[in-house]
Design a binder for this molecule. Structure first.
Ligand SMILES: [Mg+2]
Length: 236
């Protein structure tokens, strides 16, 4: 479903586009499933496809807490898998398992449909940036592995900036880096998270496009709502 919530003239002002990575450019669910299977195999734990859902629910809860400033990324990596194992009644050391899982995850490059088509279309017209709540080395390595890094002028991560989406500090750091000539209404944030990507960028003053990647029933104040990357051609 596509929905244009602002006048089309609003999008004529856009000069810079900031993309989220997971579930915007790369398919996190596919990447996570592959990474889980590989790590379970290494640890000789029998794998069941149903485990993916447990991972996604608990993982989301941890990332929400990180985005609210309640926990650090180190805390997340130390506790997430232990909670998943406890929930699944699997007896394995979560923090150690995490190291194998995360290594696999940062070597998984499952792309969202039409991602290259849309980047080829946008690249000559806009400055393209990345904004991710993760670490710089890990995310650049994933984008390089997927063959997507070349499309982007800069990659901004919460680790480097010392602030995470949806905080004002995160978006302000990018804004400052863009210089005086770029105004807030020249910048469009595209991402799948209603809170981290859309509310964060909207509250800061950037324009927003919500990629409803997971068919969520959530409400969003985004200027544009879409569920297929090619829909962006309607406004850009
Ligand atoms: Mg995302």
């Amino acid at each position: 479903m596509m929905k244009i919530n602002s006048e089309l003239t609003v999008f004529k002002e856009i000069k810079v586009i900031i993309f989220d990575i997971d579930n915007t450019l790369l398919d996190f669910k596919k990447c996570a499933l592959k990474s889980m299977k590989k790590a379970f195999k290494k640890w000789k734990i029998p794998f069941n496809d149903k485990y993916l859902n447990t991972f996604l629910i608990i993982n989301n809860r941890y990332w929400d807490r990180y985005e609210n400033g309640e926990i650090t990324r180190d805390y997340l990596y130390e506790h997430r898998w232990q909670e998943i194992f406890d929930t699944l009644n699997i007896n394995a050391p979560g923090a150690q398992f995490e190291q194998d899982f995360i290594k696999n995850l940062y070597n998984s490059y499952e792309k969202v449909d039409y991602v290259e088509d849309i980047l080829i279309y946008l690249k000559p017209k806009y400055k393209l940036l990345i904004a991710s709540n993760s670490s710089y080395n890990e995310q650049t390595s994933r984008l390089r592995g997927a063959g997507l890094l070349e499309y982007f002028d800069s990659v901004y991560t919460s680790e480097e900036l010392g602030a995470a989406k949806p905080s004002k500090d995160f978006f302000n750091a990018i804004d400052k880096d863009l210089g005086e000539n770029i105004k807030k209404n020249n910048v469009l944030m595209i991402g799948d998270s209603v809170n981290a990507d859309i509310k964060g960028a909207h509250d800061y003053g950037f324009k927003t496009a919500w990629f409803n990647f997971s068919n969520s029933k959530e409400e969003s104040k985004a200027d544009f709502i879409f569920d297929n990357l090619l829909d962006l051609k309607k406004i850009l």
